[in-house]
Design a protein. Structure first.
Length: 141
């Protein structure tokens, strides 16, 4: 019996999905606001309406949920533009005080994945396999 437990554990460990982090390469500069991705253009604008949010997470290597950007640091402010719906475009305040237009491209599909279910499944599997091993050994004695 003992000779079958180790191969079973190894085989079973390959069946459990693992959480890995991959570096991401971006095709263009963007910000995420209110569940949508906005591509940052080269156009500067002056018709600013009001502040609507800010970057809550910056990374040029990984994806995040929330008001995320691959260009602007945490705390960079988002503004609505006079006469333009936020469904079309928003303004991003740069460090020099100028505002760049960011055009809405699409809904931002990324959702943060929790590792808790996978870890829980791994622990449960280990408990079950260990229990089976000890029960079989006890029966064989």
């Amino acid at each position: 019996m003992g000779k079958h437990v180790i191969p079973c554990i190894i085989l079973f460990s390959f069946l459990i999905p693992t959480i890995t982090s991959f570096a991401t390469s971006w095709a263009y500069p963007f910000v995420v606001w209110d569940g949508s991705i906005y591509v940052v253009s080269d156009e500067y604008i002056t018709q600013i309406h009001k502040e609507i949010g800010e970057v809550t997470m910056y990374s040029d290597m990984e994806q995040y949920s929330g008001n995320f950007s691959n260009v602007y640091e945490k705390g960079t402010k988002y503004y609505s533009i006079e006469g333009i719906s936020t469904d079309k475009a928003i303004a991003i305040q740069e460090n020099n005080g100028k505002f760049k237009k960011a055009i809405r491209e699409a809904a931002y599909p990324y959702e943060e994945i929790s590792a808790a279910p996978t870890i829980g499944l791994m622990i449960l599997s280990l408990i079950i396999l260990t229990s089976i091993y000890f029960v079989k050994n006890r029966i064989n004695k």
